[in-house]
Design a protein around this ligand. Structure first.
Ligand code: UD1
Length: 418
């Protein structure tokens, strides 16, 4: 088991670039199953989720090659329809393949991806959408079998689910006629998938709005650079604010980070967006935030809730953080308390009585973003913090410790026997 050993007390200072967003790369890799020509993706991070997705593509008959951060996928002849159970359960994002595989091969037989640390994560909206497109779907013994020829339809999502929007968007491009998808998710990664598909010849209107109009399209290969990772960027900006440092994320897109940067300003931090990137810094004391709730984009991202909660432990006064997207995303709180934070959880709300010093301790990453939050807290804490279970952090932050070290902090990866 690997862990991070952190000696707190040094602020994050410097300039970094982030890789392509995991949440953009994963659906774009799934979209390759719609194509019959090679695709080249630039700037792709080394993350266990990305490598697992490449294994899924190979299992379905694609050929893939990685050279540094460039990935090539050749989907010619990828006629696999059955997803091996071990692979689909290793990666929740295997569900993104359902729409494309069905659209390509007329059939898809997948294992149910199941829940995960942060909640039950149902896929009812994905399946409802595919049914509306004409798929016949049977759910039996933990597997989902979809069949049928797809036809354009009007689909309204009860909730703007990121994954459901992406799955339906991909399937609809190969469905006969036109599909209108309303109450669609507007996350930058959804728009990036649509832009990738447009680069491949996909006819999609309304990108960036809540209504997508998707026309049956003939797709071709392309070279594409997915959007920079706003969650990694946001985590580092929070780290700068929390430790009283100054970090510039050179390739961050300011509009993608607006919900965060507005809250950082409210907490007394300085934020600058200019040609050098997005910079967050803090010289004065951190102020509490009376109420912050997570929401679909352009709201405050659930993926930054845990890091922001860690920050609020250092704001003098009481803050309220409400998790409104996932039902079980307060797993970082008991661990933050081990470091000395004063937080009370009521349902999906965390009441943070901030301003107490944190002290190094042994803590465990219970999910990806919770793990990042613990690293930031460790960087603020006095003495040594050990963050265990870093394999979860490796799912979404490529060599997180190296980025943090390059910003002047004291962190290393160590082997642990427990
Ligand atoms: C994606 C992101 C994840 C992010 C989340 C919300 C990827 C790989 N992951 O996850 O990092 O935290 O968006 O921004 O892109 N829901 C249903 N039924 C469904 C689908 C979703 O009830 O069929 C619920 C979920 O349980 C959850 C909420 O809707 O409570 C949001 O989920 P969704 O937007 O679908 O997130 P993901 O695509 O799973």
């Amino acid at each position: 088991m690997e862990a991070f050993r952190i000696i707190g007390g040094k602020p994050l200072v410097g300039t970094v670039r982030v890789c392509a967003a995991k949440n953009a790369v994963l659906p774009i890799l799934a979209a390759c199953m719609l194509l019959h020509e090679p695709v080249t993706l630039n700037g792709c991070p080394y993350l266990s989720d990305v490598e697992n997705m490449l294994s899924l593509l190979c299992a379905l008959g694609c050929r893939t090659r990685r050279e540094g951060k460039t990935i090539q996928i050749d989907p010619k002849g990828a006629d696999g329809c059955v997803m091996p159970e071990a692979l689909s359960s290793a990666l929740r994002s295997s569900i993104f393949m359902l729409g494309p595989v069905l659209a390509r091969n007329g059939m898809a037989d997948f294992a149910y991806p199941g829940g995960c640390e942060i909640g039950a994560r149902p896929i009812d909206l994905h399946l409802q959408g595919l049914r509306k497109l004409g798929a016949h779907i049977e759910e039996k013994h933990g597997r989902i079998r979809c069949e049928g020829k797809l036809r354009g339809a009007h689909i309204h999502l009860d909730y703007p689910s990121v994954g459901a929007t992406e799955n339906i968007l991909m399937a609809a491009l190969c469905a006969e006629g036109t599909t209108v998808l309303s109450n669609a998710a507007r996350e930058p990664e959804v728009n990036d998938l649509a832009n990738f598909l447009r680069t491949c010849g996909g006819r999609i209107e309304g990108v960036g709005t809540g209504t997508l109009t998707i026309h049956n399209s003939v797709l071709h290969g392309c070279t594409y650079a997915p959007v920079p990772d706003r969650i990694t960027a946001g985590t580092l900006l929070i780290g700068a604010a929390m430790t009283g440092g100054r970090v510039t994320v050179a390739d961050a897109v300011p509009e993608h980070l607006l919900a965060l940067t507005e809250k950082l300003k409210e907490a007394g931090c300085q934020v600058l967006c200019d040609e050098s990137g997005v910079t967050a810094s803090r010289t004065g004391k951190l102020l509490p935030i009376s109420r912050l709730e997570t929401a679909p984009f352009p709201g405050f991202p659930t993926d930054l809730q845990a890091p922001m909660t860690a920050l609020l432990t250092q704001a003098v006064g009481t803050s309220l953080m409400q998790e409104k997207v996932f039902e079980n995303r307060m797993l970082h709180v008991p661990e933050l308390k081990k470091l000395g934070a004063d937080i009370t959880v009521q349902g999906n709300s965390a009441i943070v009585s901030g301003g107490r010093p944190l002290y190094g301790a042994e803590v465990t990453a219970k999910d990806l973003r919770a793990g990042a939050a613990l690293c930031l807290a460790g960087l603020c804490a006095q003495g040594e913090t050990i963050v265990k279970n870093v394999r979860l952090i490796d799912r979404g932050y490529a060599r997180f410790e190296e980025i943090l070290k390059s910003l002047g902090t004291d962190i290393e990866r160590i082997e642990r026997n427990d």
